[in-house]
Design a protein. Structure first.
Length: 154
């Protein structure tokens, strides 16, 4: 039996082969050479530079001038819009809304004095750690949750 036939036989009935094929087709997109953290780092620099720009011409300056609470609110609104499009199944809208979410997250970082390198370092720290174990370690030491009496979904 040929390798392809063996693979098809192994995946038969699981739906896995169909799902994997669909994902591979979806990922065959022309991706710019410069992606990921490089683009986000550059966007962070742009937003940092716009902090003192004229609020009449800079959306970033306008958001930052309104304070962290408003910046966070706007980030939340964009995140909800992205989730709505995901539930609707509109892939193109999810991509567009994801770009909005990332932009507004960066505005949150600028507003709160967080540099991208700090976030990248935290992601690297978490690599290879089970998500369940990592969350459990944070839950025990969450001072903000105790002080604010907030609860997070486990």
């Amino acid at each position: 039996m040929a390798k392809t036939t063996k693979r098809k036989a192994a995946n038969k009935g699981s739906g896995k082969s169909k799902a994997v094929g669909k994902l591979k087709r979806a990922l065959k997109v022309q991706v710019p050479v410069e992606t990921g953290a490089v683009v986000l780092d550059r966007l962070w620099s742009v937003v940092m530079n716009r902090r003192s720009a004229d609020t009449a011409i800079s959306h970033s300056a306008r958001l930052l001038a309104r304070g962290t609470a408003k910046v966070a609110q706007k980030f939340g609104e964009e995140a909800v819009e992205c989730l709505i499009e995901a539930v609707r199944g509109d892939r193109d809208a999810v991509i567009a809304e994801s770009a909005d979410v990332l932009y507004h997250l960066i505005v949150v970082w600028v507003s709160t004095g967080v540099a991208p390198e700090e976030v990248w370092a935290e992601l690297v720290r978490r690599e290879g750690i089970s998500g369940i174990a990592e969350k459990a370690s944070r839950a025990q030491s969450s001072l903000a949750a105790r002080v604010l009496r907030t609860t997070k979904i486990p």
